[in-house]
Design a protein around this ligand. Sequence first.
Ligand SMILES: NC(=O)c1ccc[n+]([C@@H]2O[C@H](COP(=O)([O-])OP(=O)(O)OC[C@H]3O[C@@H](n4cnc5c(N)ncnc54)[C@H](O)[C@@H]3O)[C@@H](O)[C@H]2O)c1
Ligand SMILES: O=C(O)C(=O)C[C@@H](O)[C@H](O)[C@H](O)COP(=O)(O)O
Ligand SMILES: [Zn+2]
Length: 365
Amino acid sequence: MLLNRKELIVKTNFSQYPIQIGNGLRHEIGSKVAHYQNVLIVTDKNVAPLYLDEVKKSFSSQQSVASFILPAGEASKSMEWYSKLLDACIAENLDRKSLIIALGGGVVGDLAGFVAATYMRGIDYVQMPTTLLAHDSSVGGKVAINHPEGKNMIGSFHHPVLVLYDIDMMATLPHQEVRSGYAEIIKEACLDDQELFMKILSIKPGELIENQGFPQHLYKGMAIKASIVEIDEKEYGVRKYLNFGHTLGHAIETELGYGKITHGEAVAVGMLFAMWVSERIYGCSLPIQELKTWMKHQGYPIDDWNELENQALISRMKKDKKALDGMIHMVLLKEIGSPSVQAIDEKALLKHLQDFRSEYLTFES
Ligand SMILES: NC(=O)c1ccc[n+]([C@@H]2O[C@H](COP(=O)([O-])OP(=O)(O)OC[C@H]3O[C@@H](n4cnc5c(N)ncnc54)[C@H](O)[C@@H]3O)[C@@H](O)[C@H]2O)c1
Ligand SMILES: O=C(O)C(=O)C[C@@H](O)[C@H](O)[C@H](O)COP(=O)(O)O
Ligand SMILES: [Zn+2]
């Protein structure tokens, strides 16, 4: 797919950085970071054989460029790999003027970003997203690793100095990963763009990345994310909206075991549930049925969490980072484009979950 090069600038209280999106950008990274002498590229086992050499070739012989290859998948966002990556930073003699490059999806970006945030109390890093989902994870500076008890429990806010998104690299993405990434674009549309939401629902089965509107959807999703981050960098207010679908989504990911379901697919189920709760709390009417049917036709595994117990999921949701004083805080919608945060007690949420699941499993698709 071809896209005229685009640039967004993210401006927060303490940082400012460009997001550059376009074709072939992986061949240009070296010249864009030519002022760094010592560079460590972090990537994973699937991405390395596809793109690592091309990225390395873009550097000049004056720069020292090392690489570190993680096992692919969510399980690498762990204390173990965090520690191993820190060891590599020390072994490669990275100093405060060195650069880490995260070449990969959200797993690589979150882990490498957290290492960059904490190594020598913080060094520069670049996000080079290679998945569709990473249109979201590469922007905004949330970096983290998981704890067995909860997603992203140990982390920081540390913005990259550059997001360089070569969309050609998505040509090799498995379909499941495309689906996963589109779920976060749907999230962004739900928060701020009814027209985008409707356009996505008109994409035919199996044509997610092939549909003509794809580059525009991607760009709009990133622009929505960036605009929210600019207003509320540290999630005191509106940034919470970016957690739409994540209260149940993260609970499913943790309860199933990291990597059993993709992040976006878990968030997809979480968005249906959040819409369901929204209708019950606000008395509004949302396109839950339409979204569920569309997801089914696109192959989202929206039943893969059926074996999980309600009480176990509620216990996970109580550990959500937005939970306060024993209340679970969920992002709900009054309509598409109009989010809000609602405190819900455990008992009420359990009832919503039970009702959702009994109707969800039967409501037509
Ligand atoms: N920091 C944030 O704001 C934020 C936002 C959203 C999600 N996340 C996190 O992001 C993670 C999920 O990211 P993800 O979905 O990108 O997962 P991922 O990084 O595990 O990538 C998914 C799979 O695709 C493979 N892959 C990556 N690029 C490829 C390519 N171009 N061609 C072929 N295969 C490729 C990977 O090796 C992996 O197997 C989760 O941990 C989630 O919590 C963070
Ligand atoms: O950038 C944000 O803010 C988000 O919430 C984006 C989410 O898509 C992402 O999954 C994030 O990592 C979740 O954050 P968490 O604080 O709930 O762990
Ligand atoms: Zn997410």
